[in-house]
Design a protein around this ligand. Structure first.
Ligand SMILES: [Zn+2]
Length: 693
């Protein structure tokens, strides 16, 4: 299950979108390190600090043909993938002394890499799923079949801002918003396959074009499953019409950012009244959900809409819809005709990627997705020594101390609210690198015989693991990301900050670098996640993880004025794609970016002071610590996007584009102007600077 607040990085993780080269043996790439030679002296840092720091890298490193984006972090993602491949190949080849972990990851890998077998047998396995749908005799049987699909093909409730990916609706578990110690059931809006409801509701030329290509894609998939041309065309129209109806009744992505809007608690009887056309009891019995007093219904309007659809639409439409959903969810694990058709729309058309990634990289990510805490053990051994953990923990402690100091110093908050903020800060649990206890996969059967069946059993394992939490106390120690993930998150309901080992590598955390570089790159990431506890969403939760207002009305008003400064600043034209960024969608992430870098800088200043030094002193490379700090900050965001994926991000992702994560942030900071001698009136010296934390 995803954290309620989305992670730090924009990662495009559909199976089709990762990729690099086709070479069968990829050597370990060289990692990038922050250095003064990377800057482009032709560009004035006060005009465009992002291009000043990044353009030399971009010129020398065009986006590879099978990637949607590429940047300074690219070599790290490839390094991780190659490392994991070596681990997986060794596990698959092992004959003697094979551990239980070797067996799971080795056999999963072997089945995924066995292209011949997938080409010859995956359609037979798929047919079993399609036959079940074809055999449905009445709408009362929909609930039982949906339960089967959710627990084999896919169902994950992904949390808050993210759109849940599942047919009809998402079902899972979540901490109670009012009492985070207990876990309850959650029913979320879902059912459509494009990346968000905007893709169905917008009427501009680009949106219309994407939908017409989507319609063709659905028809092509149905043809691959055996339908004739005319039938496939008619069925594709039915699917698009049904997904559009679901999208129209779904809650808007900005409204969804306010946790109060999704905190709708119901009993099973109330849920039944809300959507009586669906046989809830039958569904819950079939998935084996533990009984609970509370069902969190994120979007009652969505379920009302779904209920109307179940009433009005004939059984045949539902069979068509479920057939498409099963094909769509299964495509990456089927033979090459399905893989290529799926890539052609979701990779090429939607994300702009010219070429499908090599199989080995798709298999690395697939193993990580289903056996991440088994595969991650070997990654941690190879990539994350105890000394790194120790140094990162010290940075985390120093940055938390910086926020404590910041809260004490700010002039817009009363002592009453300050005490509450400090109490919440004290309760944050810091999780660094990997879990203390690894997940036990012994109940998950993995064989070298069938990739699709391994995927289905893996999905079932995760679905039931999520459901088993209902009625149990919340486990704050659990991780929602795997160790090699290059990302991080704050979870308001556990009040935890989480940094997988994957983001504690160069150019983020770099054991070869001094503190200025490490605080600028990794420190700003740490500060970002801590700030999420106090952004426009996080501030609504207390230290126990409960949705509880601890602000005086006057302080809340001051906060909102400061937050509006940020959301106004980031509501801006994006010339590359001709649409506007919605600053209300990105407000939380932008607040975290701006707050995070302040906290990291304050921690660096404190560290240097304790050694009798200052940020204005020069390091060995001739840069002042302050210049190096900002250069390191910018470096990790150097990332070029294809225009197609930029558009997807603007419509559906709560993070700003990398350029603005750098330029808007530094333009708010007098310390930046000082470091690079920027004068009043320069593009990156904003007259009206925004500051929350
Ligand atoms: Zn974030």
């Amino acid at each position: 299950m995803r954290s309620y607040i989305l992670p730090l990085l924009l990662l495009l993780s559909t199976a089709a979108v990762f990729a690099q080269s086709d070479s069968s043996k990829q050597p370990l790439p060289k990692l990038e390190h922050v250095n003064p030679d990377q800057v482009n002296a032709q560009i004035d840092p006060c005009t465009d600090f992002y291009q000043y720091s990044c353009s030399k890298f971009f010129a020398a490193n065009p986006i590879p043909a099978d990637r949607a984006a590429w940047g300074v972090v690219g070599p790290l993602s490839l390094w991780n993938e190659v490392t994991l491949r070596e681990v997986l190949e060794a596990a698959a080849a092992k004959k003697d002394g094979r551990t239980a972990v070797d067996q799971k990851i080795g056999d999963y890998w072997a089945a995924c890499m066995d292209e011949n077998k997938i080409e010859s047998s995956s359609r037979k396995e798929l047919k079993r799923e399609l036959d079940r749908i074809a055999a449905l005799k009445n709408k009362a049987q929909l609930a039982g079949e949906l339960a089967h699909i959710h627990s084999t093909v896919g169902s994950a409730w992904q949390g808050g801002d993210a759109e849940t990916v599942a047919p009809m609706f998402g079902f899972g578990s979540n901490p109670d918003f009012d009492d985070a110690t207990r876990v309850v059931a959650i029913v979320d809006q879902a059912g459509f396959s494009l990346p968000g409801r905007e893709f169905y509701t917008k009427d501009d030329a680009k949106s219309v074009e994407i939908r017409s290509k989507y319609l063709l894609h659905i028809a092509n998939m149905l043809k691959l499953a055996g339908e004739n041309e005319a039938q496939a065309k008619a069925d594709a129209s039915t699917v698009l019409a049904m997904e559009t109806e679901m999208a129209r009744s779904a809650m808007d992505i900005v409204k969804r950012r306010d946790p109060k809007n999704i905190n709708n608690k119901m009993t099973l009887a109330q849920l039944g009244k809300l959507a009586p056309a669906f046989a809830w009891k039958q569904y819950l019995a079939a998935v084996g959900a533990p009984s609970t007093q509370v069902y969190l219904v994120t979007s009652p309007d969505f379920l009302r809409g779904l209920d109307t659809m179940i009433h009005r639409r004939p059984l045949n439409d539902w069979k068509t819809y479920l057939r498409w959903q099963v094909l769509h969810e299964s495509a990456p694990y089927l033979d090459s005709a399905f893989v290529n058709e799926n890539f052609d729309f979701f990779g090429h058309t939607l994300a702009g990627v010219p070429k499908l990634s090599p199989r080995w990289r798709r298999c690395v990510h697939s193993t990580d997705a289903r056996l991440g805490e088994a595969l991650g053990q070997a990654y941690v051994q190879r990539a994350f020594p105890p000394q790194s953990k120790e140094r990162v923990l010290k940075m985390v402690n120093n940055i938390e101390a910086a926020l404590d100091q910041d809260i004490a110093q700010i002039n817009w908050m009363t002592p009453e609210t300050k005490t509450q903020a400090k109490a919440k800060l004290k309760k944050i649990l810091d999780k660094i690198g990997y879990p203390d206890h690894w997940r036990d996969y012994s109940a998950l059967e993995i064989t070298p015989d069938s990739y699709l069946e391994n995927v289905h059993r893996g999905t079932a394992f995760e679905f039931h693991r999520q459901l088993a939490k209902i009625g149990k106390p919340l486990d704050r120690q659990e991780w929602q990301m795997t160790p090699p993930t290059i990302d991080a998150y704050y979870d308001p309901q556990t009040n935890t900050i989480n940094f997988p080992a994957g983001i504690l590598q160069p150019p983020f955390f770099d054991a070869q670098q001094d503190d200025a570089a490490n605080y600028g790159a990794e420190g700003a990431v740490i500060g970002h996640e801590i700030t999420h506890g106090f952004d426009d969403q996080g501030r609504k939760f207390d230290g126990q993880g409960n949705l509880h207002d601890w602000w005086t009305p006057a302080d809340a008003k001051n906060y909102e004025a400061r937050g509006k400064c940020i959301s106004d600043e980031y509501t801006q034209e994006i010339p590359e794609v001709g649409i506007k960024q919605n600053g209300l969608l990105t407000q939380g992430e932008d607040t975290a970016d701006n707050g995070g870098i302040h906290l990291a800088l304050l921690a660096l200043e404190n560290d240097l002071k304790s050694e009798g030094k200052s940020v204005d002193d020069k390091g060995e490379d001739g840069l002042t610590h302050l210049q190096k700090f900002f250069l390191a900050y910018s470096t990790v965001w150097c990332s070029e996007y294809r225009p197609e994926v930029m558009r997807v991000a603007l419509l559906s992702n709560p993070h700003s584009l990398p350029k603005y994560r750098v330029n808007n942030v530094v333009a708010n900071m007098p310390e930046f102007a000082k470091a690079f001698g920027c004068k009043k009136g320069a593009p990156l010296v904003h007259e009206n600077t925004c500051r929350v934390w």
